[in-house]
Design a protein around this ligand. Structure first.
Ligand code: F3S
Length: 395
């Protein structure tokens, strides 16, 4: 693959071993996927932060990489960690876990990565522009950036996103190229899809009928497709179908030709998906909301849905520290706490070790959480809308 003089210098070790290793990884990836050259990126978003996921080998790799001089060249945000980085003891996180988690975060901070610890960087200060090349790795953020913003990224692994941050480059293949962003099938959505819950179910239903590629979705009323619903929709699509890009008529920004092949989604498909997602549980130990991380407006909406009702079952709302700071300043956090709802930052229900909370049964309104939680945290999961969860588990 073609490399500029600067990229060759990186590969030849002129900027030290960390840059050399990073460039070697990216060149290898580029060769595998047939990239002709590198492209400069404007930002990176790095997954694989939780000690629960990467363990001691990941921690040792990061500390060693730092010693070799790893330093990011572009703005880079961390994905959620395995705990709230400030209030971890309140969540029953053992000290040994917390100590190792902080070492991971500190190693990355010393490399220049912002400890934003969020899967919604676009709500927390890292907002790419249309057509900008980026290297992000969290699947829900990747699909949002590609589809809703129209930026360009592949679904990077943690190491390749870090390598991209260190070199400021990524190999030009996949979704960085126009030809791979063309939709193949038109998904015609017949029933009205309105609420966040509907959007999650629709994503599941699409994944059952269209397994791979880029869908073009029609039939959604743009007034219903707000940022919160689109992020929930994309996260579920990326979880059940490993999709990284969708186009939605009159909603997403890319101007593409409408594919002739059509797949219809009917009301019966949505009902079927609703039945299939999650377990039928009469009781739960915990309710988790904010997967992907909640926006300020999303937090405000929870308060509105609660309408003064206290939760019998504790509810955790996950968000970024910066969104939490705004919610706190707006008194949303204190109002929610009175109703047995806690807003926690820096972590997520999937990468946090829920076993320390002695939780066996969880309820959520997130299709992505339904998909991952049974495996990552060995819990049974009930899937329902926020309104019905409040109805069922509120006082
Ligand atoms: Fe975010 Fe964790 Fe869900 S990273 S999308 S809250 S699984």
């Amino acid at each position: 693959m073609y490399l500029t003089k600067e990229e060759e210098r990186m590969l030849n070790g002129e900027y030290g071993p960390a840059v050399e290793k990073s460039m070697r990884l990216l060149v290898t990836l580029g060769d595998i996927y047939g990239a002709e050259r590198m492209v400069e990126i404007s930002s990176a978003q790095i997954a694989g932060i939780s000690y629960k996921n990467i363990g001691d080998p990941g921690l040792e790799f990061l500390e060693g990489f730092l010693e070799e001089g790893a330093k990011v060249r572009v703005p880079a945000f961390m994905n959620p960690a395995g705990m709230d980085l400030e209030a971890w003891s309140e969540l029953g996180i053992p000290e040994e876990f917390a100590e190792k988690q902080m070492r991971i975060v500190n190693a990355l901070k010393k490399m220049g990565v912002y400890a934003a610890a969020t899967c919604t960087p676009y709500l927390a200060g890292l907002l790419p522009r249309y057509r900008e090349h980026i290297a992000w790795s969290e699947s829900s953020a990747v699909i949002f950036a590609n589809s809703v913003i129209g930026a360009r990224t592949n679904r990077e692994g943690g190491p390749s996103a870090l390598a991209a941050a260190i070199t400021g480059r990524t190999p030009m293949y996949g979704f960085h190229l126009d030809e791979n962003r063309i939709p193949e099938v038109t998904i015609v959505v017949e029933p009205e899809v309105k609420t966040s819950f509907d959007f999650g179910i629709l994503a599941h239903a699409i994944c059952k009928k269209f397994k791979k590629g880029v869908p073009y979705i029609t039939g959604i009323n743009p007034t219903h497709a707000n940022v919160d619903r689109l992020k929930l929709f994309g996260a579920t699509l990326a979880a059940y179908g490993a999709f990284s890009l969708f186009h939605m008529e009159n909603i997403t920004p890319e101007n593409v030709e409408v594919p002739k092949e059509r797949i219809h989604i009917e009301a019966s498909d949505l009902n079927e998906s609703k039945e299939e997602m999650g377990e039928k549980l009469d009781s739960v130990d915990l309710i988790v909301i904010g997967c992907p991380h909640a926006s300020v407006d999303g937090i405000k909406r929870i308060l509105k849905v609660l309408n003064g009702r206290r939760m019998k079952v504790p509810m955790l709302v996950f968000t970024s520290r910066s969104v939490r700071a705004i919610a706190k300043r707006t008194n949303l956090i204190s109002e929610l706490e009175k109703l047995n709802v806690k807003v926690i930052a820096d972590t997520c229900p999937v990468v946090m070790p829920l076993e320390h909370l002695k939780v066996k049964r969880v309820a959520t309104n997130s299709g992505k959480a339904v998909y991952y939680l049974p495996n990552t945290n060995k819990v049974e999961v009930l899937f329902d809308s926020l309104e019905r969860l409040v109805e069922r588990f509120g006082e």
